[in-house]
Design a protein around this ligand. Structure first.
Ligand code: ZN
Length: 78
């Protein structure tokens, strides 16, 4: 798996129902690629932040899509 393939399949990799071969290939790539580890860590942090604001708050406060895209774009690229 390449860096581009990992970023293309990131949602599949992070979802609970991702196929085992995809998960295994992604994990193998992450073991040897520091850039993708940083990217995945940042992606998880960004999605946790969005989830916190959109789901945990009462009343809900949604993060605008533009802000989410800016955060994700600011993450290191693989
Ligand atoms: Zn990589």
């Amino acid at each position: 798996m390449t860096c581009n393939q990992l970023t293309d399949r990131l949602l599949d990799y992070l979802s609970d129902d991702s196929r085992a071969p995809t998960r295994m290939a992604a994990r193998a790539h992450l073991r040897r690629c520091r850039n993708c580890r940083v990217y995945v860590r940042g992606y998880r942090a960004a999605t946790a932040l969005v989830r916190r604001f959109c789901i945990d708050d009462d009343p809900p406060l949604c993060v605008p899509d533009d802000l989410l895209h800016c955060v994700l774009a600011a993450l290191p690229q693989a």
